[in-house]
Design a protein around this ligand. Structure first.
Ligand code: GDP
Length: 306
């Protein structure tokens, strides 16, 4: 079984409970659409995405004159792939050196773990990585990154721990970018402090960090990556909205897809955008370094219903 399949086991079980009996041997009627609607909403697909999926499903049923509810399953998978495909845009880092990735997200979503996984992912592809420990609010987070970096042969630029020295995340990240240029590093992963989106001045601070990155390299950050926790369901949608307004989010990582019943949140995010949604670069499907996968819409849709 693929990692995505394993990861989505809970979402699938949950949906499955609701869908048992829906797919197979039933007439396609209004009652069936209603049950389907409930199942999708339960998986945190949200109203907008659920409506879009059902609408697309009705069209397919009409167009292909589907009569058997077993065919409905494939049609729903196809509708889901169509909705999610615009988000399946892998991260291309080759054009810039260093390629600067600014990493944001509120505390607890799995940001530190994701940074480790990302560093591992790029290294495995033969790219050199430098970490900027810009989360200066959490001394423990910085220590964690430093130790991790030493163990994995990755330079971590952090703030000096001299007493009385003011913590300035923007300065740490500026130094890191300067170091990365001097050393011809391929990828800079710039960590920023977790932010409660309601705290306005804190949002102002990450905006400042972004400006400082642009000062270091005019077209950077090349990626503003937002880490979201799939368990938070619809909350993830509001976090995206707030960070996007402040920073212009270009890419997402959705963590903890394993062990959540709320995998439908991916569709909820896609449905928020009439035009192009941010790219879902990776999904996290476990705590290990290898448990980060590039997002594949078809693989996701298939793993959800099988
Ligand atoms: P941060 O506060 O955002 O930096 O969060 P951490 O990286 O410290 O992660 C918080 C917890 O979530 C830790 O126990 C991680 O092991 C766990 N975690 C992170 N990503 C995943 C994931 O994809 N799957 C699972 N199951 N746990 C994860």
């Amino acid at each position: 079984a693929s990692k995505i399949r394993q990861g989505l086991a809970r979402t699938r079980q949950n949906l499955g409970k609701q869908l048992t009996g829906l797919f197979g041997g039933r007439k396609i009627d209004e009652a069936l659409y209603e049950e389907l609607e409930t199942a999708l909403l339960t998986a945190d697909t949200g109203i907008a995405a659920t409506n879009r999926l059902l609408e697309s499903l009705r069209k397919r049923v009409k167009r292909d004159a589907l009569s058997d509810s077993e065919q409905l399953k494939t049609a729903l998978q196809d509708a889901l792939v169509e909705l999610l495909q615009p988000m399946a845009r892998p991260l291309e880092t080759a054009e810039k050196q260093p390629f600067v990735i600014m990493i944001t997200g509120v505390n607890g979503v799995g940001k530190t773990t994701t940074i480790g996984k990302l560093a591992h992912y790029f290294q495995a592809q033969g790219q050199s990585v430098l970490l900027a420990a810009g989360d200066t609010y959490r001394a423990a987070a910085q220590e964690q990154l430093k130790i991790w970096g030493e163990r994995n042969n990755i330079t971590v630029i952090a703030q000096d721990n001299e007493p009385g020295r003011k913590s300035d995340p923007a300065a740490v990240i500026f130094d890191a970018i300067t170091a990365a240029r001097a050393r011809h590093i391929d990828i800079v992963l710039a960590d920023t402090a977790g932010r409660l989106t309601t705290q306005l001045h804190l949002m102002e601070e990450i905006k400042k960090i972004k400006r400082v990155i642009t000062k270091a390299i005019p077209d950077a950050p090349h990626e503003v990556l937002l880490v979201l926790d799939a368990n938070t369901g619809q909350n993830a949608v509001s976090q995206l909205k707030a960070f996007d307004e402040a920073l212009g989010v270009t890419g997402l990582v959705l963590t903890k897809l394993d062990g959540t019943a709320k995998g439908g949140v991916i569709a909820a995010i896609a449905a928020q955008y009439a035009d192009l949604p941010p790219a879902l670069r990776f999904v996290g499907v476990g705590e290990g370094l290898d448990d980060l996968r590039p997002f594949d819409a078809k693989e996701f849709a298939e793993a959800l219903f099988d």
